[in-house]
Design a protein around this ligand. Structure first.
Ligand SMILES: *Cc1c(COP(=O)(O)O)cnc(C)c1O
Length: 386
């Protein structure tokens, strides 16, 4: 069955009323016939019919055995880290999401879980970093904000050989563009706040496990720790899933046009987009992703914060805000926003330089978006505001 058909078919019609839209079961508890005899639901932290629908849909979309929905992407990440115990070591992509960096280095370090950051764009670096305590490999591909690509299949082979869990944060690609479980990963995570939610109106996280046993463990952690997604927010995600494919494809088509335009501008120094032939891992991206995605980052030749500032305050359609993956185009200056708490030398060394700009390309008309960027670039060129 075609993917879009199967997405739409996987959203059930309400058996009670025939309601085409999924009902929101806004309840915390359920009446029991006698103690322990119920209709499969006893308390909403454990199970909720609306949440179950989004959990089943994402499991199908990622080709896993079990999906779980959390109150945010970080709550989803937190649940996965709880599979580990004191003394375990994690190897992670060096351009890891800032919130995950903070969680590992300031919260889980207190519980004896250590993390080692490596440049995973070369799979052999991962192999070299493994010790007998390594229990988890943590990838993002593409990464935020540098759009680095790692070979998920090659790293999955290394992980499997040594019995290490491979986790992929698939937020940037979405399940439409990339299916890490098919490439050998064990667990996929999404900040559904981004593309899956897609309308900048809900905070949510999703986890999908390939093997049922791992799915059961994660389900246990979800219920035991309680960071579940609310029924209404689950409903918002179900609503968004229906347009996920057409949105993500359109985001990507718009982004490719913008990246091609940016290639023609000589005030730009580095341009990061996995859909450009000169991206260092263009071939891997092409193999493991259906399309390059909707995020672009770039820096200016003078590499100053002033140029970045002038650009982000000059765009009109691209609104200056954190987050990404929504219908409306957003622009962000990582050095002063998402990476503000990272020491300057650390972030510059990693490639997040003073003038780096991140674009989350929305669903507006591509021509309008290019004109908006063009007029802002002209201002940077002349150094004039207004
Ligand atoms: C935003 C984001 C997260 C965190 O998700 P929240 O929903 O904000 O908690 C995790 N990973 C990536 C790649 C993200 O972009």
């Amino acid at each position: 069955m075609n993917e879009l058909t199967s997405i739409l078919e996987s959203i059930p019609v309400d058996p009670l009323t025939g309601s085409v839209a999924v009902p929101i079961y806004q309840t915390s508890t359920y009446v029991q016939e006698s103690p322990g005899v119920n209709k499969g639901f006893d308390y909403t932290r454990t199970n909720n019919p609306t949440r179950k629908i989004i959990e089943d849909i994402v499991a199908k979309l990622e080709n896993g055995s079990r999906g779980l929905a959390f109150a945010s992407g970080l709550a989803a990440i937190d649940a996965v880290v709880k599979l580990l115990k004191s003394g375990d070591e994690v190897i992670a992509v060096d351009d890891i999401y800032g919130g995950a960096y903070r969680l590992f280095t300031t919260v889980y370090n207190k519980f004896g879980i250590t993390i080692k950051f490596v440049d995973t764009t070369d799979a052999s670096n991962v192999e070299k970093a493994i010790t007998e305590n390594t229990k988890m490999i943590w990838l993002e591909s593409p990464t935020n904000p540098l759009l680095k690509i790692s070979d998920i299949e090659a790293i999955a082979k290394i992980a499997k050989k040594q019995n290490i869990l491979l986790v992929v944060d698939n937020t940037f690609a979405s399940p439409i563009l990339q299916k890490p479980l098919n490439l050998g990963a064990d667990i996929v995570i999404h900040s559904a706040t981004k593309y899956i939610g897609g309308h900048t109106d809900v905070l949510a996280g999703l986890v999908v496990a390939r093997e049922p046993k791992l799915g059961e463990e994660l389900k246990y952690i979800q219920n035991a720790t309680g960071g579940v997604l609310a029924p209404f927010d689950s409903w918002l995600l179900i609503r968004s899933i229906e347009t996920l494919k057409i949105r993500v494809e359109n985001h990507s088509q718009n982004a490719l046009k913008i990246a091609r335009f940016l290639q023609t501008r000589d005030e730009i120094k580095t341009l990061n987009y996995p859909g450009l032939e000169n991206h260092p891992n263009f071939d891997i991206a092409k193999r493991q992703q259906k399309l390059p995605g909707g995020i672009i980052s770039f820096s200016f030749k003078d590499d100053t914060e002033e140029s970045a500032n002038l650009f982000v305050t000059s765009t009109k359609i691209f609104k200056l805000a954190e987050s990404l993956g929504g219908t409306k185009s957003l622009v962000c200056h990582p050095a002063s926003m998402t990476h503000k708490s990272t020491p300057r030398d650390v972030r510059v060394k990693a490639g997040v330089t003073d003038s780096l700009i991140r674009l989350s390309v929305g669903l507006e008309d591509a021509e309008d978006l290019i004109l908006d960027i063009e007029q802002a670039l002209d201002k940077v060129k002349t150094g004039k505001r207004g």
